[in-house]
Design a protein around this ligand. Structure first.
Ligand code: ADP
Length: 225
């Protein structure tokens, strides 16, 4: 489903070149659950941004479901991001002026799905994340773990084929980490999406079907579980 061939992303600044991603080749099959870890600055976020179509490689090929992200035009990338991709961030990024339900409806409304249908599907997604009774709450009325599960509901409500999460539990206590981990595990078990999770959490890495370690822009280790 995802294939990276000798991908590089170099930054130049102050006369110096940083090889944030330095020759990564990788193939990820549909419905794999991949955990990616490595020290700060090793290129994890850059790699995620490339796969998310938020950034383009300096060289190399990135194919997702047959779409060459390194070459695709802006329309194709927008379409990819809107329909095939869900993203979860460390800091939840819920819109504070909207209720949980409205936050989850948002990607569907962007796609042009009718309001009543968007609401129905958003309610289903919240129920799936065991937040059926939290739809009317605003972000500040929810715990960190609940906010992150709302963010996961929002990221999967449009049924993307690929879910990317960048340190989804980096800002959570252990009880909330467990609830978010369970949610990600359920997504993987029910084969709702291919999952790539940047994480330092040993628990999440253990739940994954494959673990990748990165250092200095390169994948230096791989374990299948
Ligand atoms: P990680 O997510 O593993 O912490 P990043 O992908 O954020 O690592 O960063 C990898 C390297 O690329 C770091 O050395 C970082 O300073 C550098 N880098 C990231 N983004 C930029 C940028 N926009 N401009 C210049 N250097 C960058």
């Amino acid at each position: 489903m995802i294939s990276l061939i000798n991908v590089h992303r170099h930054y130049t600044g102050g006369g110096r070149e940083v090889r944030a991603v330095d020759g990564v080749s990788l193939a990820i099959a549909r419905n794999e659950f991949v955990a990616l870890n490595g020290p700060s600055g090793c290129g994890k976020s850059t790699l995620m941004h490339l796969i998310a179509g938020l950034d383009r490689p300096t060289s190399g090929e990135i194919l997702v479901n047959g779409l060459a992200l390194d070459q695709a035009d802006e329309n194709a990338i927008t379409n990819y991001r809107r329909h095939q991709l869900g993203i979860v961030f460390q800091f939840f990024n819920l819109l504070p002026t909207m209720s949980a339900l409205e936050n989850v409806m948002f990607p569907l409304l962007l796609q042009g799905v009718a309001r009543y249908r968007s609401e129905q599907r958003a309610r289903e997604a919240l129920a799936f994340l065991e937040l059926g009774d939290r739809g009317d709450h605003f972000a500040h009325q929810l715990s960190g773990g609940e906010q992150q599960r709302v963010a996961i509901a929002r990221a999967i409500v449009h049924r993307p084929q690929l879910l990317l999460a960048d340190e989804p539990t980096g800002n959570l206590d252990s009880a909330s980490t467990a609830s978010v981990m369970k949610a990600l595990q359920t997504v993987a078990e029910q084969k709702l999406a291919t999952l790539i999770v940047v994480t330092h959490s040993e628990e999440i890495a253990r739940a994954a079907s494959r673990r990748l370690s990165m250092r200095d822009g390169k994948i230096i280790g791989e374990t299948f579980t």
